[in-house]
Ligand binder design. Structure first.
Ligand code: ZN
Length: 503
């Protein structure tokens, strides 16, 4: 077989693996949007079957032989094909380390734990989740051993979602970030709080959704290759490079959550829609890591969507949509309301400044659980202590405490679940600063409701490459330096310093 034939066979095998994954994504999307509840048991069975088939193909020894035969080509070349072979080999090597029996046990625990959590959270019943969490921790430790040796137990988990990052790197980054954020939050919270009452009125859902979708398409979201539906928990999903969907929600009594959820998911979708067509259907045809992906949702949601420039164009339009509710609210009052900083209990409701403190404390608790320094039974107490220390607030119960996030209770493992959110915030500012250095006119364009230059810069420097470069490579190539919190802190200090008149 020639190299070309082998490459063709490799691409065909990889596309089948992707198609199985995408078929599963269609079923999951349908389950979250339109499926009647009674469809759940059959849907769970079908999803399990697809995921088993996908795992079988990913670990097929014939794929391993093909990749081994192609390996010399990857070592000698540095083009798209060489990258494809290298990335596919890496995925294969990782997949074969995990036995199918483990995958099945982990999936089974994940669905049982998730169903239990859906009842336990509203009932504030941590005791009933304790055995699930203990079992999850055990399975996580078992998983990590497949990848021994490692420096820290969390390293293999982190590497799964953010290739190349380690626990040590993140710890150092988060320590630095926490040192900067705690006093910044304190000085903001010493000021009179912003008045966000304008966001709480009766807002019909339909115009909320339409307004969000209009902004999404202005950002560049292509509806010929996408659509918007509603779900309680918004997400972005992909069925092929020509079908990338988002979901959002709208609350009748609160305006900002639905709108910013739409902008957030649009950011994820713009990344996926911007990937070069040549990479479609291969392991290179998706975003390079969770952290970099999250940087794009946060960039469009916060850095653009919560900026004064953006609302200079869109606020009059929003007022037209809701004349009774917002007609008398000044642009400045609205801008302050959507950027209100407060020490709160719920991560997903947190503002830009306090958000990372929610993430950092979860990351620290995960490490303590993994290292055996914290027992599951003591988690609620440890959680309260950290909220008291970092955010000067104590959850009244576990429902709004350590039961609030689905991550630990849905089988994803403990460790490596939360850090990407903070990495996303840091990188959003870093990418945005680099785009502004290249095109200082971007803020003026945004003031006119025009986003082409920004989107094109992101497409050119980030989106089109998909997973061709590792996260650290793409950050260095696009921004000229390794990941750093400096642009992020400068962004926060500039924006919130002005908002809260800090010295
Ligand atoms: Zn996101």
């Amino acid at each position: 077989m020639t190299i070309a034939t082998k490459l063709r066979e490799l691409r065909a095998r990889l596309l089948e693996i992707r198609d199985l994954g995408w078929a599963g994504a269609v079923l999951s999307w349908d389950q979250a949007t339109y499926m009647p509840v009674a469809g759940a048991p059959a849907r769970a069975r079908q999803l399990a079957l697809l995921s088993r088939l996908e795992h079988e193909r990913m670990t097929d020894p014939a794929l391993g032989r093909l990749l081994a035969a192609l390996a010399p080509y990857a070592d000698e070349h540095d083009d798209d094909d060489a990258r494809l072979i290298a990335v596919a080999r890496r995925d294969f090597e990782k997949a074969i380390k995990v036995p199918a029996s483990y995958v099945e046990r982990a999936n089974a625990l994940g669905s049982a734990s998730y169903s239990a959590w859906r009842n336990a959270r509203p009932n504030n019943d941590f005791a009933s989740m304790r055995p699930y969490l203990e079992k999850s921790l055990e399975l996580t430790r078992e998983y990590v051993e497949f990848f021994a040796p490692y420096q820290h137990m969390a390293d293999p988990l982190i590497d799964d979602v953010d290739e190349g990052l380690t626990c040590a790197t993140i710890r150092a980054l988060f320590d630095e970030l926490r040192r900067e954020l705690v006093p910044l939050v304190a000085s903001i919270c010493n000021q009179p709080p912003a008045d966000a009452s304008c966001l709480h009125a009766e807002f019909a859902e339909r115009p909320q959704l339409e307004f969000g979708l209009k902004v999404a398409t202005d950002f560049g979201y292509d509806l010929k290759r996408g659509r918007l539906d509603t779900t309680p928990h918004p997400f972005c999903t992909k069925f092929s490079d020509a079908d990338i969907r988002i979901t959002t929600r709208a609350y009748a009594n609160e305006l900002s959550q639905g709108l910013f959820s739409t902008l957030h998911e649009t950011g994820h979708a713009l990344y996926e829609q911007g990937i070069a067509h040549e990479l479609a259907g291969t392991p290179l045809g998706r975003g390079t890591s969770m952290g970099v992906h999250e940087s794009q949702s946060r960039l469009w949601e916060n850095v653009v969507g919560r900026s004064r420039n953006f609302w200079q164009h869109y606020y009059p339009k929003l007022q037209q949509e809701f004349p009774e509710q917002l007609g008398k609210t000044s642009p400045d009052t609205f801008y302050r309301a959507i950027n209100k900083v407060e020490r709160s209990l719920i991560r997903t409701d947190a503002d830009e400044v306090t958000y990372n403190l929610h993430v950092i404390l979860r990351f620290d608790l995960e490490l303590e659980l993994l290292e055996g320094k914290l027992a599951v039974k003591d988690l609620p107490q440890a959680w309260r202590a950290r909220y008291e220390r970092d955010l000067a607030t104590t959850p009244p119960d576990d429902r709004d405490g350590c039961l609030q996030d689905v991550h630990w209770y849905s089988g994803g493992g403990i460790g490596g679940a939360f850090h990407s959110y903070a990495i996303g915030n840091i990188l959003a500012a870093q990418f945005h600063a680099a785009a502004l250095r290249a095109h200082p006119d971007i803020p003026n364009e945004i003031r006119a409701g025009e986003f082409t230059t920004l989107r094109q810069w992101l497409t050119e420097n980030l989106y089109r490459h998909g997973r061709k470069f590792k996260p650290a490579e793409i950050v260095a190539r696009a921004t000229g330096e390794p990941m750093t919190i400096k642009p992020y802190m400068a962004y926060l200090r500039g924006k919130y310093g002005a908002l809260y008149q800090l010295a």
